[in-house]
Design a protein around this ligand. Structure first.
Ligand code: SF4
Ligand code: SF4
Length: 241
């Protein structure tokens, strides 16, 4: 008989183990993709719009509810559920239509970062994934969900959202909001602004950086972070002309 690891509220490290398995053979298949709050980060939006073959502007217009919570201090993007049954618009009978580009929070479930360090387990009453016998390490689960790129990019972005001077800048209204919005959530518009407006008259950017920003969405997000920190917080991360 295999050992049963009880999933308790304890905090797990990367080497910790938990009991969970998910699959389309379970009666709960797709239930977790309904009536759920999924907040999108810059890399989520960049990958999702590519998978859907639409621009980031279209993604924002069609599938996102922008929220401006004072408690958080910057705009957040909530994935819009279908009106009819509150299911995610990307759910199909076969599962997620954008599985390889699904957002970080879809990858993370049933783990979430704990306060401080480690991970805690999120339980949902309808989820049968906890009823099986399969036990795995946190690190193996996370590797299987391919979360590292998302987390590396989110970490870079957090240098804006958790900047020491963030409380002194209004990111919820006016020009601060506009800068944060385009630099974080609208990569196609931001790229167009860099190459098709007077942006390069104001900032000196070398050719190699421009090439990478033009071709690579992750480079664009990193460049956006430097631009936001320069414009919003007065750092010298981009050289002004
Ligand atoms: S994006 Fe995919 S995995 Fe996430 S809730 Fe929607 S259908 Fe489910
Ligand atoms: S086991 Fe949980 S995560 Fe997997 S499909 Fe069922 S409800 Fe969703």
């Amino acid at each position: 008989m295999s050992a049963v690891i009880e999933n308790s509220p304890r905090t797990l490290s990367e080497s910790g183990e938990f009991r969970f398995s998910c699959g389309r053979e379970l009666a709960c298949f797709n239930k977790c993709c309904r009536d759920v709050n999924i907040y999108l980060t810059p890399i989520d939006i960049a990958l999702m719009r590519r998978a859907l073959g639409i621009s980031s502007g279209e993604l924002l217009k069609t599938h996102v509810i922008p929220l401006f919570p004072k408690a958080i201090g910057h705009p957040v993007m909530l994935l819009k559920m279908r009106k009819s049954d509150k299911s995610c618009p990307f759910t199909t009978d076969n599962g997620c239509r954008i599985y390889n580009a699904r957002p970080w929070s879809c990858r993370s479930f049933p783990l979430e970062p704990a306060d401080g360090e480690g991970f805690s387990i999120v339980k949902r009453d309808f989820c049968l994934g906890f009823d099986g016998e399969h036990v795995q390490k946190v690190s193996d689960w996370r590797d299987g969900q391919d979360m590292k790129l998302h987390e590396a990019v989110n970490n870079i972005w957090s240098s804006v959202t958790q900047h020491p001077a963030v409380d002194r800048v209004n990111l919820l209204d006016g020009p601060g909001r506009d800068v944060f919005f385009i630099g974080s959530y609208n990569p196609d518009e931001f790229r167009s602004m860099i190459f098709n407006s007077g942006f390069l008259n104001h900032f000196s950017v070398d050719e190699e950086t421009l090439r990478r920003v033009r071709e690579d969405d992750i480079e664009l997000i990193g460049f956006g972070v430097k631009w936001m920190r320069t414009v919003l917080f007065g750092e010298n991360m981009l050289a002004r002309r």
